[in-house]
Design a protein around this ligand. Structure first.
Ligand code: ADP
Length: 191
């Protein structure tokens, strides 16, 4: 039997992680865990956690590690029959990457690979402004907030790449081109 497929889908804001997750969920029957989606659901439900996260999110800042790690822990336990997971927007810090390894290893599992969508900053900004025009996400409407998210990605999140490179689990994917082209590149990398 094939081992569980646990994929970290990585890349800057606007890289296309959400779009490509949809294809991977269908093709590989994986459960999609997006910390951004989970946080937005908490915000919409006006839970104390959601209200606390809201201000950070709308300013482009990261939510505290223990909060997002707790959400991922709950989601892993809620889907204990899953064939595998796509982690989207998580881990975003080294501490989150280490916590994810611990959570998975307690379940006898591990990350199979990190697939990183690579897109230049100007492309990210253009895509997010376009999404902001229709999505209702306030953090996509303001170019200053978008650029701040990209800075934070470079400073706090990009080092997570190194964490998976050191384990031989990193594959970079060219994130420019049509949605179908990028889907094909991801499928090839998954094998
Ligand atoms: P993006 O399109 O910027 O990648 P996401 O939907 O993944 O957006 O996340 C939106 C916001 O939610 C982030 O800017 C951040 O405030 C918060 N967030 C999401 N995931 C995490 C995480 N793993 N750690 C800390 N904050 C997070």
């Amino acid at each position: 039997m094939r081992k569980k497929l646990n994929i970290v889908l990585f890349g800057p804001p606007g890289a296309g992680k959400g779009t490509q997750s949809e294809f991977m969920i269908k093709r590989y029957k994986l459960v999609h865990l997006s910390t951004g989606d989970l946080l937005r659901a908490e915000k919409d439900a006006e839970t104390p956690l959601g209200l606390q996260a809201q201000e950070l999110m709308s300013n482009g800042l990261l939510v505290a590690d223990d909060i997002v790690i707790g959400m991922i822990r709950n989601a892993l336990h809620a889907h204990n029959k899953a064939k595998g997971f796509i982690f989207d927007g998580f881990p975003r810090t080294q501490a989150q990457a280490e916590a994810l390894d611990e959570l998975l290893s307690a379940l006898g599992e591990e990350i199979s690979m990190m697939l990183a969508l690579e897109v230049p900053e100007e492309e990210s900004v253009a895509r997010l402004l376009k999404r902001g025009a229709t999505s209702g996400r306030s953090d996509d409407k303001d170019e200053t907030v978008i650029r701040k998210r990209i800075r934070i990605y470079e400073e706090e999140t990009a080092p997570v790449k190194r964490y998976y490179q050191d384990k031989g689990k990193y594959t970079g994917i060219d994130g420019l081109g049509s949605i179908e082209d990028i889907t094909a590149r991801l499928a090839k990398a998954i094998g």
